[in-house]
Ligand binder design. Structure first.
Ligand SMILES: Cc1ncc(COP(=O)(O)O)c(C=O)c1O
Length: 449
């Protein structure tokens, strides 16, 4: 039997169950296609045959329009660290809503939020706000260019930093993603994550043109891959020696410690980018860092760099962000990290028991299963060696069991969760992989043994 036929046999079972559970979702997406291209308005929530349409979230649960309940291990791509409707965040939004949602003037809340962020991250001496992580990356890159007077940026191969044109290079692994101008190819260089030798060579060869190197605290969307040894520290020293700034994108990794991944890996970047978890579930972003670098945006400069935005730091989003950050204490983050390590151990136990050679990668509350027998330390190993058919069927099988994990196979843990939810996730993984084992043996024998 060909791979296609074997997969189709399993597809019939798993996808058909999914379709039967989600009849209303299918109807809604089909009807929505009249107004929204194929019913998809955000690529990161789309999966085949069609995504589940959700009605509401409560704590660590999501409920879909067909009345199915899911344990939410995606939490809006890791951003809702407190779960879906934390009472302190709801209260903050309710208190601010009647007092005005946006105004073209500074609001005291933004300064309180700034202090909270600077107090948590020692490398952030000064901070400014945005409405998304994408924007925050864009303005951090602009700051680096304005400060150094150089244009080029070095990024990690396959790494995701949002939808800003230059940062899209090599995400999704198209050389030049559709719709991007050719000029970005000239301005962005790429290097494999965790590869000191190649990174150093590229930096040295291009130091006169490179303004900055940008890297995540751990590679998030590219596979929850942590830096090996002292890669981040090393990157900072090579960057500094060659006149480049180091930008650490903590949009995903900030939830790992009060001071983000830079606290864990003991590195003080020149600039830091934030998003997702700093906003308590509302659209926000921030970038900050060295006082002298951030001064490029100072209105007192003769010729400041430009940074604007109609909905930057709106009081409702900021109040939600403040309430959320106050809940995300060192103890709370340590607790969910420890749940994450338990999950990683449990998932590894399942793989060992079933003799499946997949890889569990992650740090603390962020863990991912990679269906590849190869050790994963760069985005390219994760992307090019994984078995996509196995991942797709595993994800759908988990959905059928009421486990809402990221469609790339990641588990993100939230503060309302306890060991009980971790156990449920491990048991569901064991059940789904047992069901898939005969298929894995047939189509991906390298994953077994
Ligand atoms: C590391 C990283 N940087 C930047 C972004 C972009 O953030 P946003 O989606 O808020 O624009 C993301 C989004 O997933 C991200 O994971």
């Amino acid at each position: 039997m060909s791979r296609k036929e074997s997969v189709a046999k399993y597809n019939i079972k798993i996808e058909e169950t999914y379709r039967q559970r989600t009849l209303k979702s299918r109807e809604i997406i089909t009807n929505a296609s009249r107004y929204v291209p194929d019913g998809d308005y955000r690529v990161s929530i789309w999966f085949e045959p069609y995504p589940t349409v959700m009605e509401r979230g409560d704590g660590y649960y999501l409920y879909d329009v067909d009345g199915n309940e899911y344990l939410d291990f995606s939490n809006n791509w890791t951003s809702m660290v407190l779960g879906n409707n934390h009472p302190k965040v709801v209260e903050a939004i309710q208190q601010q809503a009647p007092l005005g949602s946006a105004m073209a003037a500074p609001h005291t809340s933004a300064y309180e939020w700034a202090q909270l962020i600077c107090d948590r991250i020692p490398s952030v001496e000064k901070v400014r706000f945005c409405t998304s992580g994408t924007e925050a990356v864009m303005f951090a890159v602009r700051a680096a260019r304005a400060f150094t007077g150089k244009d080029k940026i070095l990024k990690m191969e396959g790494n995701y930093h949002g939808s800003y044109d230059p940062m899209e290079m090599t995400t999704g692994w198209r050389k030049l993603p559709l719709g991007l101008p050719k000029s970005v190819e000239k301005d962005v260089l790429v290097t494999p994550f965790n590869d000191k030798e190649t990174t150093e060579r590229i930096i040295k060869e291009n130091k006169d043109e490179l303004a900055a190197v940008i890297v995540e605290g751990i590679l998030g969307a590219a596979g929850m891959i942590p830096p090996e040894d002292d890669y981040l520290k090393y990157l900072h020293s090579v960057a500094s020696q060659n006149g480049l700034l180091l930008i650490i994108d903590e949009v995903i990794s900030f939830r790992l410690a009060t001071g983000g991944a830079q606290e864990i890996y003991n590195v003080q970047p020149d600039l830091t980018v934030l998003g997702k978890s700093i906003g308590g579930g509302l659209p926000t972003g921030a970038f900050g860092g060295r006082e002298d670098v951030m001064a490029v945006y100072s209105p007192k400069q003769k010729r400041p760099a430009h940074h604007a935005g109609t909905f930057v730091a709106t009081p409702i989003a900021v109040m939600a962000g403040i309430a959320s950050l106050k809940e995300l204490t060192a103890e709370t983050l340590a607790r969910i990290n420890s749940l994450g390590w338990s999950l990683a151990n449990g998932l590894q136990g399942v793989l060992d028991e079933l003799k499946i050679k997949a890889q569990i990668k992650g740090y603390g509350s962020l863990q991912q299963i990679h269906f590849t027998p190869e050790p994963v330390s760069t985005a390219s190993t994760a992307y090019f060696t994984m078995d996509r058919d196995v991942l797709r069927l595993f994800h759908l099988a988990m959905m059928n069991k009421g486990l809402f994990i990221g469609s790339r196979g990641f588990f993100s843990i939230t503060t309302p969760m306890t060991e009980a939810e971790i156990e449920t996730a491990i048991e569901a993984t064991a059940a789904c992989l047992s069901e898939l084992k005969p298929l894995i043996e047939e189509i991906a024998p390298k994953l077994v043994g």
